[in-house]
Design a binder for this molecule. Sequence first.
Ligand code: GRG
Length: 408
Amino acid sequence: MALRWWCWRRGCSWRQVAGSPRLGHPSCAEPLGMRAASDTRAQMPYFSLVKTLASAFPSVNSISQFHQRTPAVCCCSQTQSGEKYTDPFKLAWRDLKGLYEDIRKELCVSTRELKDMSEYYFDGKGKAYRPIIVVLMARACNIHHNNSRDMQASQRSIALIAEMIHTASLVHDDVIDDASSRRGKHTVNRIWGEKKAVLAGDLILSAASIALARIGNTAVISILTQVIEDLVRGEFLQLGSKENENERFAHYLEKTFKKTASLIANSCKAVSLLGCPDPVVHEIAYQYGKNIGIAFQLIDDVLDFTSCSDQMGKPTSADLKLGIATGPVLFACQQFPEMNAMIMRRFSLPGDVDRARQYVLQSDGVQQTTYLAQQYCHEAVREIRKLRPSTERDALIQLSESVLTRDK
Ligand code: GRG
């Protein structure tokens, strides 16, 4: 029987993720807890994983709970939020018209080549997830505070700055990874070379810093500067592997927060601060951004195994090829401890990448990671529901579902 896994998709359509593990496969049916207990090599990582996950989700008290509930969750056909459907993209776009033109204005460069390079990704081909979340969060907080649906100019600037920091980090990331395609086109480093690409990333980052300084709010400056530090630390964490299996999952979640979620969390916090003086609201905004950001990256890691290159606009299995063990691999390793050696040598021997990929697809690593992402999304929804009801708040809830069902 072909290996199949069906996932609920927005609007009750269904997505088949090719090559995913079959339900009812012995490795899926057996609770991970039982297998871990019977395999001494698997015991330590298992308990460490439970500890990490338990601290993230106090209401989930065993990894076997994660495991057993996964198929049911993946096969559900009900909308999870139950909210009235609001297209977050359409709703936010009202305030984002001219986003890329405005970013290009920030990048005022006289040198032609530097201008072309730094403007290269601001072509409207990105998903603009970050600006969309930022705009919706700004409006949800403003409504919560004083029932105003209008967004302040400074809050809109944060949406631009978030997209610019994100893009600068992509340009640098592609240099580090020696990547040759992104969003279906050649990378900056592939076209102009590494040295110039680093400078283009720097230029975008400096333009973002100037726009940030112009807002003139020191608290906001310090919040978004923290993001830059986190991005660098996250990227640095990714360069290393933890020898101690017990620390691997915590290391992975920390890297995930720093590399991806910090930008979303802190941008949400910044707009909440600009719109509302209540620290409780700032924390809600931060927690929503943090949880949705981690979920977003977990799904990105899943898509690296389940999507095709054409869909992603960049090569898949890219993480394994770079020696990086993400969620699906770490979960698969609980079932196939022989993967440990491959993780430690960063999949560097001939055949390692293919074998690791097969292990992942035979395990329930994809479902476990998806389930974990779902838990983070639930947490994001739990937080945002604390705000006063609004169309924008519902759109943020809706967005958490589209993070889980996205296919690129
Ligand atoms: C501080 C500029 C700077 C860089 C230094 C290289 C680096 C440190 C950090 C890299 C962080 C990075 C590239 C994270 C990737 C996060 C991620 C999931 C990117 C994909 O986001 P999407 O899918 O991409 O939203 P699009 O193409 O739609 O914008």
